[in-house]
Design a protein around this ligand. Sequence first.
Ligand SMILES: CCC[C@@H](CCO)COc1cccc([C@H](O)CCN)c1
Ligand SMILES: [Fe+2]
Length: 419
Amino acid sequence: MGPGLFEVGGEPLNHMFDGQALIHKFDLKDGQVTYYRKFIRSDAYVRAMAENRVVITEFGTAAYPDPCKNIFSRFFTYFRGIEVTDNCVVNVYPIGEDFYAVTETNYITKVDPETLETLEKVDLCKYLSVNGLTAHPHTDSDGTVYNVGNCFGKNMSLAYNIVKIPPAQKDKSDPIKKSQVVVQLPSSERLKPSYVHSFGMTDDHFVFVEQPVKINLLRFLSAWSIRGASYMDCFESNESMGTWFHLATKDPAGYMSSHKFRTSAFNLFHHINAYEDDGFIVVDLCTWKGHDFVYNYLYMANVKDEWEEVKKAAMRAPQPEVRRYVLPLDIHRIVKLNVQTKETWVWQEEECYPSEPLFVPTPGATEEDDGLLLSIVVKPGAERPSFLLLLDAANLSELARAEVDAIVPMTLHGTFKPR
Ligand SMILES: CCC[C@@H](CCO)COc1cccc([C@H](O)CCN)c1
Ligand SMILES: [Fe+2]
């Protein structure tokens, strides 16, 4: 899938993601490759061709009111709200035995993978409480499709919904009719959910990265009454949140509210990989440093100059950086991480909640980790619910514990005072 037409009725489409959806097929058969392509007959495309103008507002191009309509009908058009675009310019993927061309709104378009014909426009809002789904689903080996999308509904605080679409049905019914929201994730800011382009999935977990590129809902939900607003006008950067990682379990599906992690600000479009390793979730991402929206560099104007100039300008734009984040699944433990070798040592025990460990160096020590770690551990429900733990700071092996006959409420910080 990709954009194939950047001008309608002599009017340019402003942004790379506004181009009208063109589906391409390279057919490899008997040593021959045959290339086919066809414009998707989305409503956006069909109506633009019929009226010879941009009728449906695209990602970075606002549709202008119908010049043939009088001022009153144009006035009421504004208040009918946006006609969400179905220009499925981004990807094509299978759901059950069908193939859908998609963008990131609530409209997906069933296509015939043989003839590239446009078959049916499907409104996901009929089956799911989402305003859209990403163009990057994950598909399990059994054909179950998982995806995530913004949900502007409700009280707008549960802003991201992970959905599950079952595999092809024996009774040949449409799997989309059996799709469901399996996890709801909270937004860092009630009225400003993050733009989401993709997510991570391991055998047992979902990884959702909440980036500092925000959709200003007040602008988005009112924008269409303001002349000439497009989706791109509704984004803004949160300059203080950094980037948040959220985790959820897959089966049973559930948000892990205690597993929130935060790092420096970056734009994220594509997860590379995510897998589980020895109690950690390894997340590989293609990141773009900073909170300014990288899509601001993708206006067509930036690529219409002389090609050498365009290439120079592209090098001045933000550059992608592959990053690996390793998230601990069990965070009720004491971890030592050698930041050079990435080697880790762990002390943990079921239902134990250790305090911040205190380091006590061995007198005369020369090695930085030659000494003891002291931690006050709370073990709710145990016969002796609290103990002082002594660990060898070099490898976190337990040297001793002193159980006390009292419930020690959780502690924050402390100091070791030598005799
Ligand atoms: C304010 C942003 C709204 C979200 C949908 C709500 O979940 C994105 O909406 C569009 C609309 C048009 C084209 C696109 C393209 O897919 C972008 C590039 N992948 C996205
Ligand atoms: Fe993408």
